[in-house]
Ligand binder design. Structure first.
Ligand code: NAD
Ligand code: TYD
Length: 356
């Protein structure tokens, strides 16, 4: 079996659902259920003995050690993190605690367990760390995309905390020999994405008749990858990745935010036209920019393609259409997410920054 951390979050939950659709290999899913953890996403696995959910913190060494001893997973896949840049700007404590200290504690518990394994299990064992392209910092408009050799230049509290975790993982391999793999992926989008992030926020706000808040001029560029393609890349790296190596994962799909928002609006105009016949694009509102906002990210995923034969299955056009359709088809999931803590967050973030 495998042990996953953060498997009730956006990418982790998509990974668990895809994994169990493809394999019968059981999953132990350790998740603290912060505001971003949502067990409703995993509702289809209720009663499925292949999925063992444990609510807990990656920083709880006794719990992690107990889970490792009890289940003897062949791999630990580490998704758990605080993941939202804007939240990290408002307050970085949880980011340091989970992404840095939590990853350290997890590495130590895994190392202790791994060192005592019999030789065959020890050799087969993997620790796969899921990270982000944001650790590389911001690119000039014409600069080549990030390769794995690009220097780390994290600019936000979030990316700095992820960079720190990447360095810890690297050191645990270099110094202790822990069999690690690291993936650095670009912006994901797709089903079950918490509507504090750009694409789901735009869909949900558009349908609710609310403003679509674009930071600054909206010309910040991100590379976008459909979440299931990220999951397939992680499976590929787990199977065939070389120990201690890092793999960049991306969709060859750079787009400015404003274009993303217009694409979402055009799809909604087609699939769920507004009653007044106007475009959802009329709801676009430019708001104050994010402090320290990185201008451009771009991923060079050639290493993963050349060495492990991975390619994304979706283009942006197919992936974004599926995503918009998914949100239209799942109003209950959205409504349940929107109740509670999420509403307070929107108040804090946009109550103060909206300029129009
Ligand atoms: P998310 O915020 O949706 O989910 C994070 C999950 O981790 C939640 O279920 C939360 O409850 C859990 N968690 C948080 N702190 C925990 C702790 N201390 N112990 C146990 N569980 C805890 O995040 P996501 O978008 O699914 O991202 C998953 C991983 O992928 C993160 O490591 C993130 O840095 C990385 N990543 C994300 C993106 C993206 O576009 N979302 C892109 C590249 C990499
Ligand atoms: P986000 O989804 O928060 O991911 P990240 O900051 O990790 O890339 O944001 C994606 C881009 O969209 C980023 O450039 C910030 C921008 N953005 C907005 O313009 N408005 C919004 O309301 C949000 C949440 C993000």
């Amino acid at each position: 079996m495998i042990l996953i951390t953060g498997g009730a979050g956006f990418i982790g939950a998509n990974f668990v659902l895809d994994w169990l659709a493809l394999h019968d290999e059981p999953v132990v899913n350790l998740d603290k259920l912060t505001y971003a953890g949502n067990l409703e996403t995993l509702a289809s696995l209720q009663g499925d003995a292949r999925h063992v959910f444990v609510q807990g913190d990656i920083g709880d060494s006794a719990l992690v050690s107990h889970l490792l001893a009890e289940h003897r997973p062949r791999a630990v896949l580490h998704f758990a993190a605080e993941s939202h840049v804007d939240r990290s700007i408002q307050g970085a404590d949880d980011f340091i605690q989970t992404n840095v200290v939590g990853t350290f504690r997890l590495l130590e518990a895994v190392r202790t367990h791994w060192s005592a394994l019999p030789e065959t299990e020890k050799t087969a064992f993997r620790f796969l760390h899921v990270s982000t392209d944001e650790v590389y910092g911001s690119l000039a408009p014409d600069a080549p995309a990030f390769t794995e050799a690009h220097a780390y230049e994290p600019n936000s509290p979030y990316s700095a905390s992820k960079a720190a975790s990447d360095h810890l993982v690297r050191a645990w391999h270099h110094t202790h020999g822990l069999p690690v793999l690291t993936t650095n992926c670009s912006n994901n989008y797709g089903p079950f994405h918490f509507p504090e992030k750009l694409i789901p926020l735009m869909i949900v706000n558009a349908l609710a008749g609310k403003a679509l808040p674009v930071y600054g001029d909206g010309m910040q560029v991100r590379d976008w990858l459909y979440v299931k393609d990220h999951c397939s890349a992680i499976r590929r790296v787990l199977e065939g990745g070389a120990l201690g190596e890092t793999y960049n994962v991306g969709g060859w799909n750079e787009k400015p935010n404003i274009e993303i928002v217009h694409t979402v609006c055009a799809l909604l105009d087609e699939l769920r036209p507004r009653a007044d016949g106007q475009s959802y694009a009329t709801q676009i509102t430019h708001v104050k920019d994010r402090p320290g906002h990185d201008r451009r990210y771009a991923i060079d995923a050639r290493k993963l393609e050349a060495e492990l034969g991975w390619k994304p299955a979706e283009t942006f056009e197919t992936g974004i259409r599926k995503t918009v359709q998914w949100y239209l088809d799942h109003p209950d999931w959205v409504a349940h997410v929107q109740s509670g803590a999420y509403r307070q967050w929107v108040q804090t973030q946009y109550g103060a920054t909206a300029t129009a």
